[in-house]
Design a protein around this ligand. Structure first.
Ligand SMILES: [Zn+2]
Length: 177
């Protein structure tokens, strides 16, 4: 794991989420200030609960910014783009399918490394992938963890919320200590 979670990260994420981040194995993306923005969660939580949302958005500022654009009907817009019967639609569908495959490959590597079973989440990624847009929070989390180019809808979401949230502009309100 490139950036394993330490005690301080876990304490910050607990405050961001308002609950203990069970199964958190790494920080997937950090704000320019160092605080976690998204975490990597293991495929099976302690207690045996299957957990498909491997890349999980924790930054309250990012969560809020995404909720604003979701409330403005952006998901319907992205679903229409995905369904478009033209070249742009075909390209977007192909890239979105690749984001899904990448998500599954990322989780599979994690499952193998941790000895977690994917039995109950096989083929399930997050956010509505591979054919629908259902949760922009999950798609943005993938973009933050894997970088631009990994998920086209996550990339669009990040661009759309730039005025409210960006990983290189610290707006964190959660204390580190
Ligand atoms: Zn920050």
């Amino acid at each position: 794991m490139a950036d394993p979670a330490n005690e301080r990260d876990i304490a910050i994420v607990e405050r961001q989420l308002g609950r203990y981040p069970r199964g958190m194995v790494a920080v997937g993306a950090r704000c320019v200030c160092g605080r976690p923005l998204a975490v990597v969660t293991r495929p099976v939580l302690p207690g045996g609960i299957p957990f498909p949302t491997t890349c999980y958005l924790t930054s309250p500022e990012a969560v809020k910014a995404v909720s604003h654009v979701e409330a403005n009907g952006v998901m319907a817009e992205y679903n229409a783009m995905l369904a478009a019967d033209d070249e742009a639609g075909r390209e977007l569908r192909a890239a979105y399918r690749m984001a899904h495959d990448l998500y599954l490959a990322f989780r599979h590597e994690l499952a193998v490394r941790l000895g977690d079973s994917e039995e109950h989440i096989a083929g399930t990624s997050a956010g509505g992938m591979p054919v629908r847009v259902k949760c922009l929070h999950a798609l943005l989390a993938q973009t933050l963890v894997m970088g631009r180019g990994a998920n086209p809808i996550g990339d669009l979401t990040l661009a759309r919320i730039a005025g409210e949230f960006a990983p290189n502009v610290c707006r964190c309100a959660i204390d580190a200590e």
